[in-house]
Design a protein around this ligand. Structure first.
Ligand SMILES: [Zn+2]
Length: 372
């Protein structure tokens, strides 16, 4: 029996079509995929031949509560029994998820993304896995896959320009230099390169500045240059992990924020002691936690997501809080968790905890809630 080494694995993957991938998806793969989107595994009921999931097909993640979305193993298809009342592929589900939670994407973009995700699950298989085992079932553990690298020279397409809106928001020129922030004249976007823990360029995102573009596509999107979209599966990396790994190692703690800007603001506040990274969304997963704990040795993790509520006493806020706590509890065997919560209304709705300056941030940090 031959061993399945890295090169063989790559060659094998290249031969996989969308149909092959669909055909070999297991119930566990679908659960892992849903988890990477932020659906708690305990919220998914596994039966012998199907899964019952919250209806993320037509609800934003944190509002999806009714268990009316099914995944059927025999024909590898999702079916929603309420509002959508139709069947859909895993790709179509991801397209709808993105539209509801982040920004609209095409079905082709969704296919590429899901393929990349499933491909990395296979690539993440343990070394020396037997070929047959990989074919039978994609192995899955928290070994973090090495993402494809883009040539750094591609950043030469963009100029060095400190955009006044970011300077006004408190991001200094030093911080922008540290994160190699650029500007695209032709796309009118602030350019944010993403690096992995080893400083390899794995993606480029842009902050749109034009109102109509923000309305249509959202503030942050991967950048396209020519035919290449500089995207990567966000669930396998944390923004700022390269620049802030020293701070995380030294303090044995890390802060997870939502957006790149928060990481840069924390860098302005704490410079080389900054331990802040961003998950570039409102959920974190086992890969993120593994990066911080297994690889960088953090034993404390502070969740500093955006304020998704006006007043913390409302039902909406309580739901959001329960979600954060349940995400934290899933990984409490890896680190102690706490989260920032705005009891005193020092932030506006949609603000990140970093947006109102260092004094407010220090206060929020000090009064953070420990997860038991
Ligand atoms: Zn639905």
């Amino acid at each position: 029996m031959v061993n399945f080494n890295e090169a063989d694995k790559e060659a094998f993957l290249a031969t996989l079509s969308v149909k092959n991938i669909i055909d070999s998806i297991t119930l566990q793969d679908v659960k892992d995929f849903l988890e990477s989107l932020g659906v708690d595994q305990i919220d998914v009921n596994e039966e012998k031949q199907y899964l019952i999931c919250p209806t993320i097909c037509h609800n934003p993640l944190h509002e999806a509560e009714s268990m009316k979305l099914y995944w059927y193993q025999n024909n590898k298809i999702f079916r929603c029994y309420t509002e959508c009342n139709e069947a859909m592929s895993i790709f179509e589900l991801y397209r709808r998820y993105m539209e509801l939670n982040e920004y609209p994407i095409t079905l082709e973009e969704a296919e590429n993304y899901v393929k990349q995700f499933l491909k990395h699950i296979i690539v993440a298989a343990k070394p020396n896995t037997k070929f047959e085992e990989v074919v039978q079932k994609y192995q899955y553990d928290t070994r973090i896959p090495i993402l494809d690298e883009y040539p750094k020279s591609v950043l030469d397409c963009f100029i060095k320009y400190y955009h006044p809106t970011w300077l006004k928001d408190g991001i200094t020129t030093q911080a922008m230099d540290k994160f190699n922030i650029r500007f695209s004249m032709s796309q009118n976007k602030i350019i944010i390169p993403h690096y992995d823990i080893n400083g390899r360029l794995i993606g480029i995102r842009g902050r749109a500045l034009e109102e109509n573009e923000i309305e249509e596509f959202g503030k942050y999107r991967p950048i396209q240059i020519g035919k290449t979209l500089y995207t990567y599966p966000l669930q396998f990396n944390l923004y700022g992990i390269y620049e802030h790994q020293r701070g995380i190692r030294a303090r044995r703690s890390a802060i997870i924020a939502e957006a790149e800007k928060s990481v840069m603001l924390d860098d302005v506040y704490y410079d080389e002691y900054s331990n802040c990274v961003a998950c570039c969304g409102s959920t974190f997963n086992k890969y993120h936690i593994s990066l911080l704990t297994d690889i960088l040795g953090a034993n404390e993790i502070v969740i500093a997501l955006d304020k998704e509520y006006k007043d913390w006493r409302t039902e909406k806020a309580q739901k959001y809080r329960n979600k954060i706590e349940s995400m934290c509890r899933k990984y409490k065997h890896k680190a102690s968790f706490s989260y920032i919560w705005d009891f005193d209304n020092v932030l506006n709705e949609k603000d990140s905890p970093f947006d109102k300056g260092i004094e407010i941030f220090k206060y929020l940090y000090k009064t953070r809630v420990k997860v038991k």
